[in-house]
Write a new protein. Structure first.
Ligand code: AMP
Ligand code: ZN
Length: 113
């Protein structure tokens, strides 16, 4: 999508601090970290949000979680991390390209705000 911030990051048109990349997903550090480790995992396919996950693209979600398990090990997060996806403006979604926040490195309170 021409006007999508995360599609531009995938294309290299906007700089990012890459954590991981393969043919299906791209991972990069969040510009406004909410924990000592905070990165985003996004599908390279433009999917606007979690509410658009369906039988045609759902395999990407499993792949994203496999990648998250791998990256968190490599970054030394141990088994303590949180994966969050905000869907819709009332839930805090500000970029309309599906993304999984991965937060680690501190105690994480529950419930979230
Ligand atoms: P959300 O608010 O759940 O849609 O998450 C969007 C996230 O993207 C926020 O945590 C932002 O800090 C992050 N973000 C926005 N612009 C950039 C950027 N250029 N590079 C890295 N992260 C970004
Ligand atoms: Zn996009």
């Amino acid at each position: 999508m021409d006007d999508c911030l995360f599609c531009k990051i995938i294309a290299g048109e906007i700089p990012s601090k890459k954590v991981y990349e393969d043919d299906r997903v791209y991972a990069f550090y969040d510009i406004d970290p909410q924990a000592p480790i905070h990165f985003l995992v996004i599908p390279k396919q433009h999917i606007t949000g979690a509410n658009k996950i369906d039988a045609t693209n759902g395999d990407l979600v499993g792949h994203a979680f496999q990648v998250i398990a791998q990256i968190t090990k490599e970054l030394g997060c141990g088994d303590d991390y949180r994966v969050v996806t905000n869907c819709g403006p009332k839930a805090g979604q500000s970029v309309n390209h599906l993304h999984f926040h991965v937060l680690a490195g501190r105690e994480l309170g529950w419930p979230p705000g």
